[in-house]
Design a protein around this ligand. Structure first.
Ligand code: ZN
Length: 346
């Protein structure tokens, strides 16, 4: 064996022992462990694909180019699809960069770039934009290559810093064509970056592939527990499955734990907590965003510094900037919709 290159579960082997001994080696490999099963693919006319490379064997070297499966559809997000322009351009630039990286021969590279040109134009991208991006890529790649060959990483980083001043914070928001670009520009002025997240789509509105589970069986939630005897509510967030969290609250009430808001409310008023009708206000798997959402809901119900008689919570949760107060009426509306009859919309 001349070469053994592995990436995760794909192995590329150069074998110079003949076909029969390769069969024997392959059999030995599969004999090693009952749960590991290798499959084998042999070169055809000196060419063998490996990952996204097509590797061709020449008498004295190997040359590579981009490999696509026969079944590849050449479909990318259409230019008119509701995705930010930067993302769409990023796909094109990424594939152009891949072509430069993977094609050893100039002829292959030119073919690949021509293919990308045709593919992206047929995906609705403006012809001029595609051509310009491909033409610019020679300069961009050359620049990268020069920096890399000089090993002057510092220069590269310095340059990146100049082009990209670095962000203090990043906002994540759904993408709204036209508006989001302007917003990104304005935020850029105050060093805030923006990333776009998928909003409501027909697919996620209609296709609910997960089987429904019991109402309480949720985790990563911002929840609202009410009092049976008065209109006060407790707002909390948890990463755990909600029944575990509810059990902890219940235990705190039983053991009269004064640091727990619900327990203190029961101790002070002898009211009963409505354990069975929890309402989930929102969910988020990211702990910080969950904390922020919890704090937003609490602040919308309790905008002053002291705790009011609307919420049972002892504290306001994560400290958030005052600029959020602007959204309090909207957050109250969300709350009223989810928890009807507890507070007035204003
Ligand atoms: Zn109460």
């Amino acid at each position: 064996m001349k070469t053994w290159k592995r990436y995760r579960d794909d192995v590329y082997i150069l074998w110079n022992g003949g076909s029969e001994s390769l069969d024997c080696f392959f059999w030995q490999l599969n004999y090693k462990h009952p749960r590991i099963e290798f499959t084998i693919e042999r070169e055809v006319a000196g060419v063998l694909p490996f990952l996204d490379l097509s590797i061709k064997k020449l008498p004295n070297k190997l040359v590579t180019k981009v490999y696509r499966k026969e079944t590849h559809t050449q479909r990318y997000a259409h230019w008119r699809s509701n995705i930010s322009k930067n993302c769409k351009l990023g796909v094109l630039k990424g594939l152009i960069h891949r072509a430069h990286q993977l094609c050893d021969l100039k002829e292959d590279l030119l073919n690949e770039l021509q293919l990308l040109n045709d593919v992206f134009v047929s995906n609705g991208y403006p012809r001029k934009l595609v051509e310009r991006t491909i033409n610019n890529s020679w300069k961009v790649e050359l620049k990268k290559e020069i920096y890399a060959s000089l090993h002057e990483e510092d220069i590269l980083h310095q340059n990146e810093e100049e082009e990209n001043p670095g962000y203090f914070e990043t906002l994540q928001a759904p993408y709204i064509a036209g508006f989001s670009e302007r917003l990104a520009k304005d935020l850029n002025c105050i060093n805030v970056g923006i990333t776009f997240r998928k909003g409501h789509t027909l697919s996620n509105s209609f296709c609910r592939l997960k089987p429904p589970c019991s109402h309480d069986m949720q985790k990563n939630v911002i929840y609202c527990l009410g009092c049976k005897s008065c209109p006060q509510v407790y707002l909390g967030e948890t990463q755990q499955w909600f029944p575990s969290r509810r059990y902890q609250h219940n235990y705190a009430v039983k053991t009269k734990t004064s640091t727990n808001g619900l327990a203190q409310h029961v101790m002070k008023t002898e009211h009963t907590i409505d354990w069975d009708s929890t309402i989930f206000l929102d969910s988020d798997s990211h702990w910080r965003r969950r904390k922020i959402k919890e704090a937003l809901f609490i602040d919308s119900l309790n905008p002053q510094k002291q705790m009011s008689n609307i919420v049972i919570n002892l504290e306001k949760g994560l400290e958030i900037s005052d600029c959020w107060k602007e959204f309090n009426p909207d957050i109250r509306k969300i709350f009223c919709k989810k928890v009807p009859g507890k507070i007035s919309k204003n």
